[in-house]
Design a protein around this ligand. Sequence first.
Ligand SMILES: CC(C)(COP(=O)(O)OP(=O)(O)OC[C@H]1O[C@@H](n2cnc3c(N)ncnc32)[C@H](O)[C@@H]1OP(=O)(O)O)[C@@H](O)C(=O)NCCC(=O)NCCS
Length: 177
Amino acid sequence: MFDLLRADIRRNLQDYAVRGPVHRLLLCLTLNSVHAVTLIRLQSWCARHRLPTLFAAKPLFWFFGIEVSKLARIGPGLRLPHPMGLIIAPNVTLGANCDLYADVRLVLAHGSKEGPQLGDHVFLGDGAKVVGHVRVGDHAVIGVSSVVTKDVPANATAVGIPARIVDEHNDRAADNR
Ligand SMILES: CC(C)(COP(=O)(O)OP(=O)(O)OC[C@H]1O[C@@H](n2cnc3c(N)ncnc32)[C@H](O)[C@@H]1OP(=O)(O)O)[C@@H](O)C(=O)NCCC(=O)NCCS
């Protein structure tokens, strides 16, 4: 849990000019994104150790409107710049260093038990939705309010409802974030 959380915190602080350990501590105590990722990691830690998850899951829901399934697999470096309204269904996989903005939904298709599989460094803009057992490749970008219902290749940018590919080689990999 602590390795994952450390990676998450590092990424959620990446846009801040951290001036030493005290400043880092103050940021951790005040940033919503850090509070949300901490509760998400605590919830999955409790689930793995067969402890009640409600002490993490309830504050996540009450304060942030976030529901993350205990059965979701989330890689290190989860970044939630505006942690609000996020829903992650069971059997969803997120790779390392994904960015999820407000109101992102990663959900199952009706009648299916398999969720979306996201690669590493995937960016989901505000209100983006990924529905069903689709694969989103590494460094893919999903635009604001887009609804992904089919696979998105690595390095592609997809937008709209249903999402269409508007760029097959975005420069997100070059950002190295
Ligand atoms: C997906 C995104 C990165 C695309 O940016 P881009 O590569 O510069 O693409 P462009 O703006 O050139 O748009 C390309 C085409 O996609 C369309 N488009 C872009 N974003 C769209 C969206 N979210 N929904 C529908 N269409 C969209 C444009 O209208 C344009 O269409 P056209 O070629 O028919 O004119 C950007 O639109 C986006 O959604 N960024 C995320 C922003 C965000 O979540 N910010 C959170 C900060 S609070």
